[in-house]
Every structure is written in C-alpha cells, then in structure tokens.
Design a protein around this ligand. Sequence first.
Ligand code: B12
Length: 139
Amino acid sequence: MTNTVVLGVIGADCHAVGNKILDYAFSKAGFNVVNIGVLSSQEEFISAAEETGAKAMIISSLYGHGEIDCRGLREKCDEAGLNDMLLYVGGNLVVGKRDWDEVKQKFLAMGFNRVYPPGSDPEQGIRDLRDDLKLPKPE
Ligand code: B12
C-alpha cells in the first residue's frame, strides 16, 4: 500500500519513547504504520516490508551505534527486491557530538534517502515522506 510504512528502532537499542511518538504522529497523519518496535534487526524490517508492501522504513537509533546497525540495509533491501524502498533514519545516530554534516553524508552514502539530526520533529519526516511518495498535501 502506498501509505504503509515500517517503523522501528534498529539493532540492540531499547529506547522506546520516541518510537511511540513517531507511531502516533505518522498514524495521525494518515499513514498505515507497521510498528515492529525496539530491538529490531535489518531482517525484521525487510520481512515486515515484504509482508505489508510498505514503501518506506522509518528507522530510529538512539544509543549511538546507528552506523553499525544501519550499514548494509540498502543492499539487503535491493537483494530482497525492495528496490525503491525509502529509507529514513533519525535519533542519536552516532556516539557523542560529531559534525552533523559529516554524519548525514555518511548515512546518505549508505543509501538512506533522509537523515535526521537528534531531536528532529516527526512532522518534518511526515512532510518529507508526503513529498517523496508524491501524496497530496493535507487540507
Ligand atoms: C530514557 C533513556 C534511556 C532508558 C530507555 C528506556 C526505554 N525503554 O525507552 C534506559 C535507561 C533503558 C537507557 C539505556 C541506555 N541509554 Co539512554 N537515554 C534515555 C534518554 C534520557 C531519553 C530518551 C527518550 O526517551 N527521549 C524522548 C524521545 C521522545 O525522544 P527521541 O527518542 O530522541 O525521539 C524523538 C526524536 O529523536 C525523533 N526521531 C527519532 N527517530 C527518528 C526517526 C525519524 C525518521 C525522524 C523523522 C525522527 C526521529 O522523533 C522522536 C519523537 O519525538 C536519552 C537522553 C535524552 N535526553 O534524549 C538517553 C540516551 C539516548 N541514552 C544513551 C545511552 C548511551 C544509553 C545506554 C547505552 C547507556 C548504557 N551505557 O547502558 C543504554 C542503551 C540501552 C540499549 N540497549 O538501548 C545516550 C546515547 C548517546 C549517543 N547516541 O551518543 C543518551 C543520548 C544519553 C546521553 N546524553 O548520553 N536510556
């Protein structure tokens, strides 16, 4: 379905609060949210997308190991035939305070479509997703 998204927190990361807020915000904005929750592997994101026909993955990583946990996801999506999958990631992607532009470029080079800095407003992700999926703007 065009408006189905898989939402989850990747890797061995158990931070649950942002995930609930993102679920609420994307659902309220009209998306069909398949929330696989915390501690989710790349394979679980892919299976959920295959089962539901999702067009995007909304991924959070809070504990600083986002780079390791996210590396290879684009390639795995391609192998699974999920070629046009939109990959969005946000949270505290790396340990400590690193130059944001450098962090962003790293994730873009890994095949992510959108990369959000710490504390980003879910509404920004929703606006971007509407644009990327070419969905009509709400009244
Ligand atoms: C609560 C908390 C915990 C709790 C989590 C309880 C639970 N089950 O949720 C506990 C105590 C378990 C915990 C553990 C750890 N934590 Co902790 N934790 C926090 C804390 C204080 C709050 C997190 C939170 O709930 N924020 C509120 C929500 C609403 O915000 P959010 O998660 O950022 O999400 C929002 C936005 O970022 C955005 N967003 C998120 N993802 C995405 C994706 C997209 C696409 C978009 C558009 C937006 C978006 O939208 C969300 C909703 O508004 C933060 C510090 C902080 N103030 O943020 C540290 C923090 C995240 N934890 C940290 C660390 C290091 C850990 C541990 C590794 C500590 C340890 N040594 O054991 C462990 C990791 C455990 C694990 N395996 O995950 C660090 C991470 C540092 C880093 N990345 O550099 C932080 C930043 C604290 C710090 N300043 O050092 N933690």
